[in-house]
Write a protein that binds this ligand. Structure first.
Ligand SMILES: [Zn+2]
Length: 148
């Protein structure tokens, strides 16, 4: 029996001789994380699986029409969190649509000197969790070593 590191919790576990290439221990949380990862992968790569999942979800929600209304009543904190995150998703989608229309060559200072060449590391949204404030868009730039 071999000791294997669980990729989900980081604990060692004893491998099973019947299961090759084990990555998760038998804790419920690790098994769920593994299954969720498999489903995410399957949804991205398998069109038939994706179609069947959508169909199944649609049938289930038709059989349980009050589910989401009851869920929102039971979980007001999650509803508020989702509302904030949806604002961020909407802004990101609008921003992407805007960026597609802008010709990058029309942006000023495209071929400036090397010392002035900031590398964009990414764009992030700072979303306030406690106070009610608007989300703030932040651009992270790598400043060149020789920048004055
Ligand atoms: Zn584990």
């Amino acid at each position: 029996m071999e000791h294997i590191l669980c990729v989900y919790c980081g604990d060692f576990f004893d491998s099973s001789p019947r299961h090759k290439n084990q990555t998760a221990c038998k804790k419920v949380t690790c098994q769920r994380a593994k299954k969720a990862g498999w489903q995410r992968h399957k949804m991205k790569t398998d069109a038939d699986y994706r179609f069947n999942q959508k169909l199944s979800q649609r049938q289930w929600i038709e059989a349980n029409p009050a589910y989401w209304e009851q869920y929102r009543k039971r979980n007001p904190v999650k509803v508020e969190r989702n509302r904030i995150l949806q604002v961020v998703r909407n802004r990101r989608a609008r921003s992407l649509q805007r960026d597609e229309k802008v010709d990058p060559l029309l942006i000023a200072k495209m071929d400036t000197s090397e010392s002035d060449n900031f590398e964009v590391l990414g764009q992030f949204w700072m979303v306030p969790v406690i106070a009610k404030m608007a989300a703030l868009k932040v651009n992270l730039l790598k400043i060149p070593v020789h920048y004055p």
